[in-house]
Write a protein that binds this ligand. Structure first.
Ligand code: C2O
Ligand code: CU
Length: 552
């Protein structure tokens, strides 16, 4: 057996965007890790080695294939706590990726343990077996990430500790792992990223929201974009002058470069700014025309890449809410879009931040998520049939969708559910923005609004629209401050439940995940969910079991 790709995860001293830290988690020695390009209609095996040299053997990790439905291989979803054990140090795990047809698009992979995904992540592109529905000459990956001064362990301990300690804000927004801090001297690991293009071509820019925390607003100087893909789904083209991207989201745009004769310079800034944080972080990358295809004309010398001095070249909109809501329509109408009359249940996740006694945690109503989160992966427990009972749909239905005994959200195959995420801010009235992400399936995004979700009023807004399917959408921040306890905006999804399995729905901000902002969903009944014969899964049932090969 030889895997199609091997990823080796290490922990080492590393400099990123002028910040040198110990214990940075890297994939094949880099961050982001290598880009994987897969073609739809194939099955791939990816071997992930945990090469972290950890004396206590606690530095487990895993790899989650963000945006891909893992329904065909539930033990490969890479979610400790939900689907499988993490990979212990000096072990590897072979992930099975069944790339169905119709999944072509932009994804990424990342560890799902603690704060590791801040660096342990990489692009994953699924190409069409045939031709893409849009024409472009080439594509470019623009993967965004954050960088913090503190180490992962310091951040994790602070977030769950008492007294609570915030991670700090991002020091910079990086493009493909690169960035420069104001005032630092340029070197290989302290330089602006460049996106190289030729004149007079059409590119597909694939933006990947690999940030830990940052909700980014961005635009290119002097260039427009046409949005064509959101979270692995093609959409009807939308002209945009700026893009907003939160953690976990992906967008593709068509990007037309200027003709040589229209160029008065060869470099243009990509300006990126954080939104909805107490302080604004502004970062840059450079779009550089390289004129490689022009033989006769002398190639203009690019000026050295430096951060802009003085006022920022662009002014990006301050407000974030409602961006492209009700405007992202599926490129080819989806006949499967469930009608309102088919909706069987509406389940509201009310996110709330409890601030008390030195610690801060996220809760649904008043029960903190962090306490309910299982330690043995839920799917494993169900197979072992030991401590965990199968969730009861009846109990859940009588309790706003969550089964109070198992603390998971059950759903039946064939149901059409609406999941409403309702922002209620914190005990002291502060409000945060949350990019909510679903594993296992793509849902139809029904939009967002201020206040409380009103299905009747929203019906008017979605009537006749062929809404796009998404896997990560924003629960916006509609105001800076609010009265504690009142509804401060919602996001609504509609989903026809088709894939049995144990799936997570969580906020994709790593800090919030560490603070417990994650829910576990069990879709399907016992026979549907536990459908792999026991003898095939022995190796998955114990931490460090036989399926995770040894590599010492
Ligand atoms: Cu990219 Cu569960 O996340
Ligand atoms: Cu959040």
């Amino acid at each position: 057996f030889s895997p199609d790709y091997s990823l080796r995860v290490t922990e080492q001293l590393f400099t990123q965007s002028c910040i040198t830290k110990d214990e940075v988690i890297l994939v094949n020695g880099t961050s982001p890790g290598p880009g994987l390009r897969l073609t739809e209609g194939n099955i791939y095996w990816i071997r992930v080695f945990n090469d972290i040299d950890d004396k206590n053997l606690t530095m487990a990790l895993d790899s989650h294939w963000h945006g891909l439905s893992m329904a065909a291989s539930p033990f490969s979803d890479g979610t400790p706590g939900a689907s499988q054990w993490p990979i212990p140090p000096n072990h590897y795990f072979d992930y099975e990726l069944d790339i169905g047809s119709g999944t072509a698009g932009t994804y990424f992979y990342h560890s799902h343990v603690g704060f590791q995904a801040v660096t342990a992540a990489g692009p994953l592109i699924v190409e069409e077996a045939g031709k893409p529905p849009f024409e472009y000459d080439e594509d470019r990956i623009i993967a965004l990430s954050d960088v913090f001064e503190k180490s992962n362990s310091e951040i994790e301990e602070g977030l769950i500790g008492n007294p609570f300690q915030w991670s700090g804000e991002t020091a910079n927004i990086l493009v493909n792992g690169q960035g420069q801090l104001q005032g630092s001297t340029t070197s290989a690991d302290c330089a602006l990223a460049t996106i190289r293009v030729d004149p007079d071509k059409t590119y597909r820019f694939r933006f990947i929201g690999g940030t830990a925390l940052s909700f980014v607003s961005l635009a290119f100087e002097d260039h427009e974009m046409i949005l064509i893909e959101a979270d692995g789904n093609y959409v009807k083209p939308v002209n945009i002058s700026y893009l907003q991207i939160g953690s976990g989201q992906r967008f593709s745009v068509l990007f037309k470069t200027k003709r040589r004769s229209d160029l008065s310079k060869s470099q243009f800034f990509l300006q990126m700014e954080t939104r909805d944080r107490p302080s604004l972080t502004r970062s840059y990358a450079v779009l550089e025309y390289q004129f490689a295809n022009l033989k006769r004309a002398p190639r203009p010398k690019p000026s050295p890449l430096t951060l802009p001095t003085g006022a920022p070249p662009l002014t990006l909109p301050a407000n974030t809410f409602g961006w492209l809501d009700y405007k992202l329509l599926s490129l080819t109408p989806n006949p499967d879009f469930p009608k309102t009359s088919e909706v069987t249940r509406r389940i509201t996740i009310r996110t709330h931040q409890i601030i008390g006694n030195g610690s801060i945690m996220w809760a649904q109503d008043d029960s903190p998520w962090i306490e309910s989160f299982p330690h043995e992966p839920y799917l494993v427990s169900l197979y072992k049939n030991n401590s965990m009972e199968f969730p009861s749909l009846d109990r859940a239905t009588a309790h706003q969708g969550i089964d109070p005994i198992t603390r998971v959200f059950p759903a039946a195959i064939g149901e059409v559910i609406e999941i409403i995420i309702q922002n209620t801010g914190s005990d002291v009235g502060s409000v945060d923005v949350h990019p909510f992400h679903a594993h296992g399936a793509h849902y139809y995004d029904l939009g967002s609004g201020n206040g409380t979700y009103d299905p009747v009023a929203n019906e008017e807004l979605i009537r006749g629209l062929s809404l796009a399917q998404r896997d990560t959408t924003m629960l916006y921040k509609y105001a800076e401050k609010t009265t504690p306890g009142i509804d401060m905006g919602w996001r609504a999804w509609r989903l026809r439940v088709t894939e049995p399995g144990v799936w997570m729905i969580h906020c994709h901000i790593l800090q919030h995940m560490v603070m417990g902002m994650q829910t576990v969903w069990v879709m399907g009944n016992e026979t549907e969910v536990l459908n792999v014969p026991l003898e095939h899964i022995q190796g998955y049932l114990d931490y460090g079991g036989s399926v995770n090969g040894n590599d010492t």
